[in-house]
Design a binder for this molecule. Structure first.
Ligand SMILES: [Zn+2]
Length: 443
């Protein structure tokens, strides 16, 4: 008994015939109101909002902090039906995007608060009671920040616009950033290593990956595509797919820390070795689970191990998986769900135990190993150690960011706080006037 939404489990932007599926989130019937909205968050579709939240530049170029809440006009909110559900909304109806964004965020909270063991307080609770989820279709990004989750669109060369509000991966990823801010927090000044930023992106990708694996259709599709040989490129490993086989990131990658010893371009690139290691650990735990259940032999597991890091497809291996999967597809689905839950629980514990100061990926490996030791007496210790080592994690660290910020560039967007107003240069009266005109009147 929950509240029903229609969600696209995977990006609707690839392939034809992707249909949203009806999902019940944990909110009791009747508890989600117009917007949608509840006690923790609400969705708006502002009309005439000129800037995304965060740090912006005023009409004369002076930086200013722009934070919720939006007080201007907005599109009509999505309304629940008589039973409190939103699944009557179809993709071509007004309000669908708002309901999809809310349902995706709520679904991700359900999955992860279960692993985290409690309801997570927003890190901005001192200033805002609720998260404002703002849909800003003309903006080419998505961001979670102080009091907001703002969602734009992808603009394609052919002129089409792919709204991120319909992309579960992106919304779940942004909710992942919320967990990090609330539970791990931010490092002290002068205590931030480059890998803190990489961890933010990697963990958030894992939040989306694990959340997505809670749609039964996703588990079935992944297994049907691969017969359980997860190293074949498949849907769950790719984040936010777009037409033409593009995706924002690929968990099934071969990046190692050696690629970053001289430095890194952005934290998304830097996140790839860590995400790759975690994906490989998940795949290895899944294989262990298949062996334990007698669904594949130890020899097949060993063969998978041999072809794993070379990225080569082995026909013999695939054949073994195909026939084993055909014998007991239900057993495979249970094994994959088990591996997902081990990984989700371990990552949640890791988030609680990590310290943001001087955090590097070696710390993530150490904490994950300690979690495994505590939970299962080190049952997956070899798997964890081996996969981190292969990525050079705990061996080498990332160098500094390439192309230091140009003079006058704006500070990190995600971490903008209300108090940042105090160190910014003061705007002239005229600039303030023009700005307030455009924010308040939304011209
Ligand atoms: Zn991110």
């Amino acid at each position: 008994m929950g509240t029903r939404f229609r969600l696209f489990a995977q990006s609707p932007f690839v392939g034809f015939g992707t249909e949203p599926e009806i999902v019940a989130v944990s909110s009791p019937p009747g508890s989600v109101g117009a917007g949608p909205s509840d006690g923790r968050m609400f969705v708006i579709e502002p009309v005439g909002k000129k800037w995304p939240y965060g740090m912006n530049r005023g009409p004369l170029g002076t930086p200013f902090v722009y934070l919720p809440q939006w007080r201007g006009p907005r599109l009509a909110p999505a309304l629940p039906d008589d039973d409190g559900n939103f699944d009557y909304l179809e993709p071509d109806m007004p309000g669908f995007a708002a309901a999809h964004a809310f349902g995706s965020a709520r679904f991700t909270l359900d999955v992860w608060e279960n692993y985290l063991g409690e309801e997570v307080d927003w890190h901005f609770r001192d200033d805002f009671d609720r998260l404002e989820i703002s849909i800003l279709p003309q903006w080419d990004n998505a961001r979670f920040g102080y009091g907001f989750l703002e969602i734009g669109s992808q603009f394609e060369k052919d002129g089409s616009v792919l709204p991120f509000a319909l992309d579960f991966d992106i919304i779940a990823h942004e909710v992942g950033h919320a967990f990090i801010f609330s539970i791990l927090g931010v490092p002290d000044e002068n205590a931030e290593f480059p890998e803190y930023g990489g961890f933010h992106e990697s963990f958030s990708d894992c939040v989306s990956l694990i959340a997505e694996m809670h749609f039964p259709s996703v588990i079935d599709q992944v297994l049907d595509e691969t017969s359980g040989n997860l190293y074949l490129s498949n849907r769950i490993a790719r984040f936010s797919e777009f037409p033409g086989n593009r995706q924002i990131r690929d968990a099934n990658n071969t990046r190692t820390m050696d690629d970053f010893v001289d430095g890194y371009r952005n934290e998304h690139d830097l996140s790839e070795p860590l995400t790759g290691a975690i994906f490989d650990i998940l795949a290895d735990i899944f294989q262990e689970s298949l062996v334990d259940r007698g669904l594949i032999s130890r020899e097949v597991e060993q063969l998978a191990e041999d072809v794993e890091f070379g990225g080569a497809e082995s026909a013999e291996l695939q054949h073994a998986f195909d026939s084993a999967y055909a014998d007991d597809s239900e057993g495979f689905a249970q094994a994959l769900a088990d591996a997902r839950d081990v990984m989700g629980a371990y990552l949640a514990e890791t988030l609680w135990d990590l310290d943001p100061d001087f955090l590097d990926y070696g710390d993530v490996a150490d904490v994950l190993l300690a979690v495994d030791e505590r939970e299962t007496d080190g049952r997956y210790g070899d798997i964890i150690e081996r996969n981190f080592e292969r990525r050079g994690i705990g061996v080498v660290c990332a160098g500094p960011r390439f192309e230091p910020k140009q003079q006058g560039s704006l500070p990190s967007q995600r971490a903008v706080l209300p108090r940042d107003r105090f160190w910014l240069p003061r705007m002239s009266y005229r600039e303030r006037f023009v700005l307030s005109e455009s924010i308040n009147r939304n011209v």
